[in-house]
Design a protein around this ligand. Structure first.
Ligand code: FPP
Length: 290
Protein backbone atom coordinates (compact mmCIF):
# COMPACT_ATOMS: atom_id res chain seq x y z
CA UNK A 1 0.00 0.00 0.00
CA UNK A 2 2.81 2.34 0.98
CA UNK A 3 4.55 1.44 -2.29
CA UNK A 4 1.48 2.46 -4.33
CA UNK A 5 1.17 5.72 -2.41
CA UNK A 6 4.89 6.35 -2.85
CA UNK A 7 4.55 5.89 -6.62
CA UNK A 8 1.57 8.28 -6.75
CA UNK A 9 3.51 10.92 -4.81
CA UNK A 10 6.48 10.37 -7.14
CA UNK A 11 4.31 10.89 -10.25
CA UNK A 12 2.70 13.97 -8.73
CA UNK A 13 6.11 15.44 -7.95
CA UNK A 14 7.33 14.66 -11.49
CA UNK A 15 4.26 16.33 -13.02
CA UNK A 16 4.65 19.45 -10.88
CA UNK A 17 8.37 19.79 -11.68
CA UNK A 18 7.70 19.23 -15.39
CA UNK A 19 5.04 21.97 -15.31
CA UNK A 20 7.37 24.41 -13.50
CA UNK A 21 10.11 23.63 -16.02
CA UNK A 22 7.78 24.30 -18.93
CA UNK A 23 6.85 27.68 -17.43
CA UNK A 24 10.52 28.63 -16.91
CA UNK A 25 11.50 27.48 -20.41
CA UNK A 26 8.70 29.40 -22.08
CA UNK A 27 9.94 32.57 -20.37
CA UNK A 28 13.57 31.82 -21.35
CA UNK A 29 12.51 31.13 -24.94
CA UNK A 30 11.48 34.76 -25.35
CA UNK A 31 15.23 35.44 -25.70
CA UNK A 32 17.73 33.64 -27.96
CA UNK A 33 18.22 29.96 -27.19
CA UNK A 34 21.61 28.39 -27.97
CA UNK A 35 21.55 25.82 -30.72
CA UNK A 36 24.48 23.79 -29.38
CA UNK A 37 25.61 23.14 -25.79
CA UNK A 38 28.62 20.94 -25.04
CA UNK A 39 29.44 19.41 -21.65
CA UNK A 40 32.69 18.29 -20.03
CA UNK A 41 31.28 15.85 -17.48
CA UNK A 42 33.95 16.30 -14.82
CA UNK A 43 33.84 15.12 -11.20
CA UNK A 44 32.22 11.67 -11.27
CA UNK A 45 34.90 9.93 -9.18
CA UNK A 46 34.96 12.80 -6.69
CA UNK A 47 31.18 12.50 -6.39
CA UNK A 48 31.57 8.78 -5.74
CA UNK A 49 34.07 9.49 -2.92
CA UNK A 50 31.97 12.31 -1.51
CA UNK A 51 28.88 10.07 -1.34
CA UNK A 52 30.80 6.94 -0.24
CA UNK A 53 29.60 5.03 -3.28
CA UNK A 54 31.19 1.84 -4.51
CA UNK A 55 33.59 2.18 -7.46
CA UNK A 56 31.84 2.96 -10.72
CA UNK A 57 28.65 4.28 -9.16
CA UNK A 58 29.81 7.86 -9.54
CA UNK A 59 29.84 7.35 -13.30
CA UNK A 60 26.41 5.68 -13.14
CA UNK A 61 25.10 8.76 -11.33
CA UNK A 62 26.85 10.80 -14.04
CA UNK A 63 24.93 8.98 -16.74
CA UNK A 64 21.61 9.76 -14.98
CA UNK A 65 22.64 13.42 -14.81
CA UNK A 66 23.35 13.30 -18.55
CA UNK A 67 19.88 11.93 -19.29
CA UNK A 68 18.25 14.68 -17.19
CA UNK A 69 20.33 17.37 -18.89
CA UNK A 70 19.51 15.91 -22.31
CA UNK A 71 15.80 16.12 -21.48
CA UNK A 72 16.06 19.72 -20.22
CA UNK A 73 18.05 20.86 -23.26
CA UNK A 74 15.56 19.16 -25.57
CA UNK A 75 12.58 20.77 -23.82
CA UNK A 76 14.26 24.17 -24.08
CA UNK A 77 14.80 23.73 -27.83
CA UNK A 78 18.56 23.19 -27.90
CA UNK A 79 19.06 21.14 -31.07
CA UNK A 80 22.64 19.92 -30.54
CA UNK A 81 24.03 18.46 -27.33
CA UNK A 82 27.59 17.17 -27.11
CA UNK A 83 29.29 15.36 -24.23
CA UNK A 84 32.92 14.51 -23.56
CA UNK A 85 32.47 10.94 -22.36
CA UNK A 86 35.98 9.48 -22.66
CA UNK A 87 39.18 11.13 -23.85
CA UNK A 88 42.10 9.35 -25.49
CA UNK A 89 44.09 10.29 -22.36
CA UNK A 90 41.57 8.44 -20.20
CA UNK A 91 42.97 5.17 -21.62
CA UNK A 92 46.02 5.85 -19.39
CA UNK A 93 43.94 5.34 -16.23
CA UNK A 94 44.25 2.12 -14.16
CA UNK A 95 43.28 -0.81 -16.42
CA UNK A 96 40.48 -1.90 -14.00
CA UNK A 97 38.99 1.58 -14.19
CA UNK A 98 39.16 1.67 -17.99
CA UNK A 99 37.51 -1.77 -18.21
CA UNK A 100 34.77 -0.79 -15.76
CA UNK A 101 34.09 2.49 -17.61
CA UNK A 102 33.95 0.69 -20.95
CA UNK A 103 31.52 -1.90 -19.52
CA UNK A 104 29.30 0.89 -18.25
CA UNK A 105 29.56 2.66 -21.59
CA UNK A 106 28.48 -0.47 -23.46
CA UNK A 107 25.60 -1.11 -21.05
CA UNK A 108 24.36 2.46 -21.36
CA UNK A 109 24.76 2.58 -25.15
CA UNK A 110 22.65 -0.61 -25.40
CA UNK A 111 20.09 1.02 -23.09
CA UNK A 112 19.94 4.11 -25.32
CA UNK A 113 19.51 1.95 -28.42
CA UNK A 114 16.30 0.31 -27.15
CA UNK A 115 13.06 1.24 -28.89
CA UNK A 116 11.56 2.77 -25.75
CA UNK A 117 14.71 4.70 -24.71
CA UNK A 118 14.57 8.43 -24.12
CA UNK A 119 16.50 9.15 -27.34
CA UNK A 120 13.95 7.27 -29.44
CA UNK A 121 10.98 8.70 -27.56
CA UNK A 122 12.24 12.24 -28.13
CA UNK A 123 13.58 11.62 -31.66
CA UNK A 124 17.25 12.25 -30.86
CA UNK A 125 19.93 11.07 -33.26
CA UNK A 126 23.16 9.79 -31.72
CA UNK A 127 26.64 10.22 -33.15
CA UNK A 128 29.81 8.83 -31.60
CA UNK A 129 32.71 11.13 -32.36
CA UNK A 130 36.36 10.27 -31.96
CA UNK A 131 38.96 7.71 -32.94
CA UNK A 132 36.55 4.78 -32.64
CA UNK A 133 39.27 2.35 -33.76
CA UNK A 134 40.72 2.70 -30.26
CA UNK A 135 37.60 1.18 -28.67
CA UNK A 136 37.17 -2.54 -28.01
CA UNK A 137 35.18 -4.42 -30.68
CA UNK A 138 32.20 -4.73 -28.29
CA UNK A 139 31.96 -1.05 -27.48
CA UNK A 140 32.59 0.00 -31.09
CA UNK A 141 29.87 -2.33 -32.36
CA UNK A 142 27.45 -1.02 -29.72
CA UNK A 143 28.27 2.55 -30.78
CA UNK A 144 27.81 1.72 -34.47
CA UNK A 145 24.48 0.00 -33.73
CA UNK A 146 23.28 3.04 -31.81
CA UNK A 147 24.22 5.37 -34.68
CA UNK A 148 22.39 3.20 -37.22
CA UNK A 149 19.33 2.65 -35.03
CA UNK A 150 18.87 6.36 -34.31
CA UNK A 151 19.74 7.58 -37.80
CA UNK A 152 16.06 8.18 -38.60
CA UNK A 153 15.65 10.55 -35.61
CA UNK A 154 15.81 14.22 -36.52
CA UNK A 155 14.47 16.34 -33.66
CA UNK A 156 17.86 16.77 -31.94
CA UNK A 157 21.41 15.45 -32.09
CA UNK A 158 23.45 13.97 -29.25
CA UNK A 159 27.16 13.71 -30.03
CA UNK A 160 29.06 11.47 -27.64
CA UNK A 161 32.81 12.08 -27.82
CA UNK A 162 34.67 8.87 -26.98
CA UNK A 163 38.33 8.08 -27.60
CA UNK A 164 38.38 11.76 -28.48
CA UNK A 165 40.82 14.63 -28.17
CA UNK A 166 40.80 17.80 -30.22
CA UNK A 167 44.40 17.35 -31.30
CA UNK A 168 43.56 13.88 -32.64
CA UNK A 169 40.49 15.29 -34.41
CA UNK A 170 42.53 18.07 -36.03
CA UNK A 171 45.35 15.74 -37.17
CA UNK A 172 42.75 13.33 -38.58
CA UNK A 173 40.97 16.15 -40.44
CA UNK A 174 44.24 17.51 -41.89
CA UNK A 175 45.24 14.01 -43.07
CA UNK A 176 41.83 13.49 -44.70
CA UNK A 177 42.02 16.92 -46.36
CA UNK A 178 45.49 16.13 -47.77
CA UNK A 179 44.28 12.81 -49.13
CA UNK A 180 41.24 14.47 -50.71
CA UNK A 181 43.42 17.16 -52.34
CA UNK A 182 45.86 14.58 -53.65
CA UNK A 183 42.98 12.59 -55.14
CA UNK A 184 41.71 15.77 -56.85
CA UNK A 185 45.16 16.55 -58.24
CA UNK A 186 45.75 12.96 -59.38
CA UNK A 187 42.37 12.94 -61.18
CA UNK A 188 43.14 16.22 -62.93
CA UNK A 189 46.56 14.90 -63.79
CA UNK A 190 45.14 11.73 -65.29
CA UNK A 191 42.75 13.80 -67.42
CA UNK A 192 45.64 15.94 -68.67
CA UNK A 193 47.97 13.09 -69.57
CA UNK A 194 50.16 13.69 -66.57
CA UNK A 195 50.99 17.32 -67.37
CA UNK A 196 49.13 18.79 -64.41
CA UNK A 197 51.58 17.96 -61.64
CA UNK A 198 54.40 19.65 -63.57
CA UNK A 199 52.18 22.72 -64.23
CA UNK A 200 51.31 22.85 -60.54
CA UNK A 201 55.02 23.02 -59.68
CA UNK A 202 55.39 26.02 -62.01
CA UNK A 203 52.16 27.97 -61.62
CA UNK A 204 51.70 29.88 -58.33
CA UNK A 205 48.00 30.54 -58.99
CA UNK A 206 47.28 26.84 -59.44
CA UNK A 207 49.34 26.09 -56.36
CA UNK A 208 47.08 28.37 -54.27
CA UNK A 209 44.02 26.68 -55.68
CA UNK A 210 45.31 23.32 -54.57
CA UNK A 211 46.25 24.39 -51.09
CA UNK A 212 44.30 23.20 -48.07
CA UNK A 213 42.26 25.87 -46.29
CA UNK A 214 40.15 26.14 -43.14
CA UNK A 215 37.00 25.01 -44.96
CA UNK A 216 38.69 21.82 -46.15
CA UNK A 217 39.84 20.93 -42.63
CA UNK A 218 36.48 21.98 -41.17
CA UNK A 219 34.65 19.58 -43.44
CA UNK A 220 36.71 16.64 -42.21
CA UNK A 221 36.30 17.30 -38.50
CA UNK A 222 34.46 14.54 -36.60
CA UNK A 223 32.20 17.31 -35.28
CA UNK A 224 31.28 18.63 -38.74
CA UNK A 225 27.75 17.26 -38.21
CA UNK A 226 27.07 20.13 -35.77
CA UNK A 227 27.45 23.89 -35.75
CA UNK A 228 30.15 25.19 -33.36
CA UNK A 229 29.00 25.12 -29.74
CA UNK A 230 27.48 28.28 -28.28
CA UNK A 231 28.26 27.19 -24.74
CA UNK A 232 30.68 24.75 -23.12
CA UNK A 233 29.86 23.74 -19.55
CA UNK A 234 32.59 22.10 -17.50
CA UNK A 235 31.51 20.93 -14.07
CA UNK A 236 33.59 20.73 -10.86
CA UNK A 237 34.93 24.27 -11.09
CA UNK A 238 37.86 23.76 -13.47
CA UNK A 239 38.00 26.33 -16.26
CA UNK A 240 40.12 24.25 -18.67
CA UNK A 241 39.09 22.73 -22.00
CA UNK A 242 41.30 19.63 -21.61
CA UNK A 243 41.67 19.07 -25.35
CA UNK A 244 37.92 19.26 -26.06
CA UNK A 245 36.49 21.09 -29.11
CA UNK A 246 39.53 23.41 -29.38
CA UNK A 247 38.91 23.98 -33.10
CA UNK A 248 35.21 24.75 -32.57
CA UNK A 249 35.24 26.87 -29.40
CA UNK A 250 36.76 30.18 -30.52
CA UNK A 251 33.58 32.16 -29.85
CA UNK A 252 31.74 30.16 -27.29
CA UNK A 253 30.78 30.98 -23.75
CA UNK A 254 32.51 28.97 -21.02
CA UNK A 255 30.78 28.14 -17.77
CA UNK A 256 32.36 26.16 -14.95
CA UNK A 257 30.04 25.67 -11.99
CA UNK A 258 31.52 24.20 -8.80
CA UNK A 259 29.01 21.33 -8.85
CA UNK A 260 30.38 17.89 -9.68
CA UNK A 261 28.87 16.40 -12.85
CA UNK A 262 26.29 14.13 -11.12
CA UNK A 263 25.15 17.21 -9.16
CA UNK A 264 24.43 19.34 -12.23
CA UNK A 265 20.81 20.40 -12.41
CA UNK A 266 18.19 22.67 -13.88
CA UNK A 267 19.45 25.72 -11.94
CA UNK A 268 22.86 25.51 -13.68
CA UNK A 269 21.22 25.35 -17.10
CA UNK A 270 18.96 28.33 -16.35
CA UNK A 271 21.93 30.36 -15.08
CA UNK A 272 24.06 29.72 -18.15
CA UNK A 273 21.17 30.44 -20.56
CA UNK A 274 20.62 33.81 -18.87
CA UNK A 275 24.35 34.53 -19.17
CA UNK A 276 24.26 33.51 -22.86
CA UNK A 277 21.32 35.84 -23.47
CA UNK A 278 23.11 38.69 -21.66
CA UNK A 279 26.22 38.21 -23.87
CA UNK A 280 24.37 37.26 -27.05
CA UNK A 281 24.91 40.43 -29.10
CA UNK A 282 28.58 40.65 -28.09
CA UNK A 283 29.22 36.99 -29.03
CA UNK A 284 27.34 37.42 -32.31
CA UNK A 285 29.45 40.46 -33.18
CA UNK A 286 32.69 38.58 -32.36
CA UNK A 287 31.62 35.69 -34.62
CA UNK A 288 30.85 38.11 -37.44
CA UNK A 289 34.27 39.76 -37.14
CA UNK A 290 36.19 36.47 -37.45
C1 FPP B 1 26.96 6.08 -22.91
C2 FPP B 1 27.52 7.23 -22.18
C3 FPP B 1 27.42 8.56 -22.81
C4 FPP B 1 28.07 7.05 -20.96
C5 FPP B 1 28.70 8.15 -20.21
C6 FPP B 1 29.01 7.74 -18.81
C7 FPP B 1 29.80 8.84 -18.15
C8 FPP B 1 29.11 9.76 -17.22
C9 FPP B 1 31.12 8.98 -18.45
C10 FPP B 1 32.01 10.01 -17.87
C11 FPP B 1 33.45 9.57 -18.04
C12 FPP B 1 34.47 10.44 -17.44
C13 FPP B 1 35.87 9.98 -17.63
C14 FPP B 1 34.15 11.57 -16.78
C15 FPP B 1 35.10 12.45 -16.07
O1 FPP B 1 34.95 12.27 -14.65
P1 FPP B 1 36.12 11.60 -13.87
O2 FPP B 1 35.98 10.11 -13.95
O3 FPP B 1 37.41 12.14 -14.42
O4 FPP B 1 35.95 12.03 -12.38
P2 FPP B 1 36.90 13.04 -11.56
O5 FPP B 1 36.92 14.32 -12.35
O6 FPP B 1 36.24 13.18 -10.23
O7 FPP B 1 38.26 12.40 -11.47
Amino acid sequence: MEGVNGKKVGHLFENISSFVRQCIFSVLSVGPVPSHIAFIMDGNRRYSKKQNLIDGNGHRAGFSALINMLKYCYELGVKYITVYAFSIDNFKRRPEEVVSLMKLMQEKIDELTKEESIVNRLGIRIYFQGNLKLLSDHVRSAAERAMVKTSGNSKAVLSICVAYTSTDEIVHAVQESCEEKWDEIRKLDANNDGGNLIRLEENVKDKDEHQIGVTNVDRHMYMSVCPDPDIIIRTSGAARLSNFLLWQSAHCLLYSPAALWPEIGLRHLIWVILDFQRNYLYLKEKKKQS
